[in-house]
Design a protein around this ligand. Sequence first.
Ligand SMILES: Cc1cc2nc3c(=O)[nH]c(=O)nc-3n(C[C@H](O)[C@H](O)[C@H](O)COP(=O)(O)OP(=O)(O)OC[C@H]3O[C@@H](n4cnc5c(N)ncnc54)[C@H](O)[C@@H]3O)c2cc1C
Length: 358
Amino acid sequence: MKKIAVVGAGISGLSMANYLEKYKIDYHIYERRKRKDLAGHGFLIPKEGMDYLYQIITPDLLLKNGNFLKKYVQYSHTGKFLAEKDLDNVFAISRHALINLLAQNISQEKISYEETIFYDDQQSDSLKFSDGTNVDADIIVISDGSRSRIRKNLFKDEIMRMVRESEVVNIIQNKEIADSIENDFMKFHHEEGGLTFGILKLSDDTILWYSQFDNQKYTINECSAENLRKYMLEVFENWHPIVPEIIRKSDYKNVHLWNVYELEELNPFYKENTVFIGDAAHPLIPFTSQGVTSALKDSFLLTKYLVEENSVEYAFSKYESERKPEIEVHISNGRILLNQFLLPLNQQTENILPISYK
Ligand SMILES: Cc1cc2nc3c(=O)[nH]c(=O)nc-3n(C[C@H](O)[C@H](O)[C@H](O)COP(=O)(O)OP(=O)(O)OC[C@H]3O[C@@H](n4cnc5c(N)ncnc54)[C@H](O)[C@@H]3O)c2cc1C
């Protein structure tokens, strides 16, 4: 089998490495960040994604690092009950924990941190290491995330835009709050639309909370921890008391503001010996909760076709033709969920699940 270089050690790059490892295929993975530098949020992972994860992470270990949510309960911002739905084995886990689990099967010699790969079209149209030497591999798997610079260089006409929704996400340790929310995923919605506050439990003493806001209505000028705390306290002051209480009792060392981007139209998933997976191939907005599952399916299928097919080009084209139609469904569902979110509550339809199913 040919030599493979993987660019980016997020969920897609690391899961690709895990599948390559399973088939004993030679690879090396390059990551821009420091090994321990893991800012982030958390994931809701539907059952399908869990089935892919069980193939590469010992189930007991995976389950110890997160929590199954029982039901999704929707409230107005003042706490009026609106609707609820059972969640069929939806798992919640922090990005940090999942990346660490995926990285533990990769030997130190096969991963380089603090290595930014870049595309040099001025000189030789090739991918380079930070010292200027060429990346030497038969196949290059690009998993450098939704704002992939490598993709932008290969597909110069792409149109990327910021989505009309941003998220403030925080992960806190607080047993008292964790006990009070059991295993429900609670989400409060402003009656005028465009603003929500969600709470879910990651473990016995850890919760993740997040706020989704219409960034045309609500603007945050500075994203320091102190400013985000002040902003959250101001905006959610008059919501159901559990919301300002959580905001007040949180520490802000893990708080993060996420702006979300999407492509107006998907690019091809491959060009010559370079193939894209995960958010680099297809940014998905958080409303779909399908980013991780899609990344896992991409790496599983790409590896399978590379093993089964003699021609790399044929393997790439099978991968693309199987994955693209499904991704297009999630993109369209994501846009529907986004439009719903922006509407006043009384105009939103009944489809309340915060997950896109195909
Ligand atoms: C607020 C928020 C909430 C979300 N919630 C969910 C959810 O509930 N469920 C879900 O399934 N998905 C969710 N998602 C989506 C999910 O985060 C992504 O789909 C998933 O993380 C994609 O992983 P990735 O590996 O493709 O990209 P990334 O996680 O972006 O990883 C890319 C990696 O490449 C590295 N890199 C970048 N450029 C270079 C370079 N030039 N050289 C080397 N390395 C490079 C980066 O440092 C990074 O480590 C959410 C996203 C956001 C923003």
